[in-house]
Design a protein around this ligand. Structure first.
Ligand code: PLP
Length: 340
């Protein structure tokens, strides 16, 4: 069986606007000293302001609907894009949504807690819960299960979107699927892409895309940029994710250990916390290309991508996968030096 046939065996609900375009950043291409820079616009997937989670949610909601769920539960950071888009998908499909927001970033201002994704969570009609810690994936999951038990006792049919390791990474399938869309587009590009850069958080996007590309025998480097944890632990996580994807799809894992390339050069001082390089990348892309990046994911991954492009050969072209996150900007006005 082929990879696309096996993908079709798993339930999926269409949610994302696809195919997303690929654009050449004409002002930055060449001007950085190296080769051309292209962007795959997965910030344009629709579903209440876009991002990579639209493709991932297609598989979670596919399973939720198959199980006749009437309520979706999900956990994430206060400015999580995943929970915002889950709330949008739930609204669109006529389900209730319960969101648990974890304290991951520490000392933050009113905008971080009220604006950006949080404002949208409320607007989209989700019920918000809070969890006092941000580095306790098992604890957060256990608490979510307690909320699900309460809902079940009240006669509801809850479906949990589990994001901690150890659960089948259904969301990654969205990016296994996206790999064929991407490869079709790369054939028609004026330049040949030599490197792909993408943010690596839970790893669903990185592992899914890498798995899909390698299954189609695209063998060039794909570099995951750490946004959540350091390189050593992320390497392990991506390896495990790829094995889990293979098990889900009942296929052999085409990803070899040396395919998993990871950098954490722009990660410090940690999840959701800005640094100089990230600030520079956000400003550069906004002011030279009219392209919005976010402080948590795409600012950091673009910063590492720019480091690469600056030293790349003139005849090499790099593709940046823009994973979204735009609403997060509004939670970070102070850190971006744009608030009073
Ligand atoms: C969640 C998220 C990521 C990370 O994607 P994973 O699949 O969790 O690795 C990157 N960028 C944005 C904007 C996100 O919301």
């Amino acid at each position: 069986m082929s990879i696309s046939e096996n993908l079709q065996l798993l339930p999926r609900t269409p949610l994302a606007h696809t195919p997303t375009p690929i654009e050449r950043l004409n002002n930055l291409s060449g001007a950085l000293g190296g080769g051309a820079l292209y962007v795959k616009r997965d910030d344009c997937t629709g579903l209440a302001m876009g991002g990579n989670k639209a493709r991932q949610l297609e598989y979670y909601f596919g399973e939720a609907l198959q199980q006749h769920a009437d309520t979706i539960l999900i956990t994430g950071a206060v400015q999580s894009n995943f929970v915002r888009m889950a709330a949008a998908a739930a609204a669109k499909l006529g389900l209730d949504c319960h969101i648990q927001l974890e304290e991951r970033v520490g000392d933050t201002g009113a905008d971080y807690r009220q604006s950006g994704n949080v404002l949208l969570d409320r607007l989209l009609g989700a019920t918000l819960h809070t969890y006092p810690q941000g580095e306790d994936e098992d604890g957060a999951d256990a608490n979510l299960k307690r909320i699900a038990d309460q809902l079940r006792a009240a006669g509801r049919q809850p479906y949990i979107i589990p994001l901690a390791p150890g659960h089948p990474p259904l969301g990654a399938l969205g990016y296994v699927r996206a790999a064929s869309e991407l490869l079709g587009q790369l054939e028609n590009l004026e330049d040949e892409i030599s490197h792909i850069f993408v943010a690596s958080g839970s790893g669903s996007t990185h592992a899914g895309l890498l798995f899909g590309l390698r299954s189609h025998n695209w063998l060039k480097p794909m570099i995951g940029v750490c946004v959540r944890r350091d390189r050593t632990s992320q390497q392990q996580r991506i390896k495990q994710r790829c094995e889990e994807i293979a098990a889900l799809l009942k296929l052999e894992n085409p990803v070899r250990p040396e395919d998993i390339e990871i950098t954490d050069e722009t990660f410090q001082p940690g999840y959701g916390k800005l640094n100089e390089q990230t600030l520079e990348a956000i400003n550069l892309c906004a002011q030279r290309e009219g392209l919005l990046l976010d402080p948590v994911y795409t600012g950091k991954s673009m910063a590492a991508c720019l480091n690469h492009v600056r030293t790349s050969r003139k005849d090499q072209s790099t593709l940046f996968v823009h994973t979204g996150g735009t609403p997060g900007l509004f939670g970070y006005g102070k850190e971006l030096n744009l608030a009073d």
